[in-house]
Design a protein around this ligand. Structure first.
Ligand code: C5P
Length: 285
């Protein structure tokens, strides 16, 4: 039996640039893994390649990124279609939240299948196969704190964020990534997007000073349709967060605090709203 954790991510910064010829948008983003994680277990069994996600409503069929990861890796390394394996996915990371849960699961599946099949888990192989599955997947071959360029799939490691407490809030609704990109494009109406360069810190100690310059271009367009998002971000800032922002294309909102007690105090009233869920986790080294 093989087991791996699949840590979710937040985006400390997410600038959406112009749409490229291939239809994807160019990005400058800073990814950060957090300690909220799904768990993936693979066991050999007498039957076809099977995915089970007990207690969760994520699909167990070929549309799940774990199943697509298995097929893509088999193809990449010249193996026959995967069979004889039972994959159990314990979902803790909410879907349609901008936390990269499905992408993290896909990378954990690639790593585990490399172990099962005796394939060396080279980062270059993991990132290449991951890139076929989704723009966010290659980052999980690095983890930690990293800059994403291109469509988000060109990764450079950055000095690690210092350890901070991280509040995650998931509203009662999700956001589709493709739709959020359409909202950004509509809001710009063909005009050139703002191109403020992001200057990453050279050392971990510089991160706290850099966070105020971070932004998420999805946040205004998603918050315009879901005012609860703007209200949550404002409340988290007021509660003393060093950074409060929507993650990725939403719908989750996160906030970083220097102390866990402050994080817990900020979370309690916001997570108590009907249909909202909240977590306190940590981010950084
Ligand atoms: O790569 P992924 O499958 O996660 O992307 C989902 C959708 O989000 C794409 O089909 C595209 O519409 C949009 N997208 C984009 N630019 C990116 C990443 C995603 O427009 N850099």
């Amino acid at each position: 039996m093989w087991t791996a954790s699949a840590c979710a991510k937040i985006n400390l910064h997410l600038a959406v640039h112009a749409r490229r010829a291939d239809g994807y948008h160019a990005l400058t983003t800073v990814f950060q893994t957090i300690d909220l994680a799904d768990t993936l277990t693979i066991a050999e069994h007498d039957g076809p390649f099977t995915l089970r996600c007990p207690g969760s409503d994520v699909p167990e069929d070929g549309s799940n990124l774990v199943v697509r990861a298995a097929r893509a890796l088999a193809e990449e390394v010249g193996r026959a279609a995967p069979t004889g394996l039972l994959v159990t996915l314990d979902k803790q990371v909410p879907a349609q939240a901008g936390l990269g849960g499905g992408s993290a699961d896909a990378m954990a599946a690639l790593r585990l299948l490399c172990a099962v099949w005796g394939v060396p888990p080279d980062r270059e192989l993991l990132a290449r196969v991951g890139g076929r599955l989704g723009s966010d997947v290659p980052f999980f071959a690095w983890g930690g704190t990293a800059l994403g360029r291109g469509r988000g799939d060109e990764i450079t490691a950055l000095p690690p964020l210092p350890v901070l407490s991280c509040v995650i809030l998931r509203p009662p609704f999700g956001v589709s990534t493709a739709e959020a990109y359409r909202w950004v494009a509509e809001s710009r109406q063909g005009s050139a997007p703002p191109e403020t360069p992001f200057d990453p810190p050279a050392r971990s100690e510089e991160w706290l000073g850099r966070l105020p310059a971070c932004r998420n271009d999805f946040e205004p367009v998603v918050a315009a349709r879901h005012p609860d998002i703007a209200q949550s971000v404002a409340a988290l800032r007021e509660a003393g967060a060093v950074l409060a922002m929507m993650s990725g294309s939403g719908s989750a909102v996160y906030a970083l605090f220097e102390g866990q007690a402050d994080a817990a105090r900020a979370l309690a009233p916001l997570a108590a709203r009907p249909g909202w869920r909240g977590w306190i986790t940590s981010a950084g080294e």
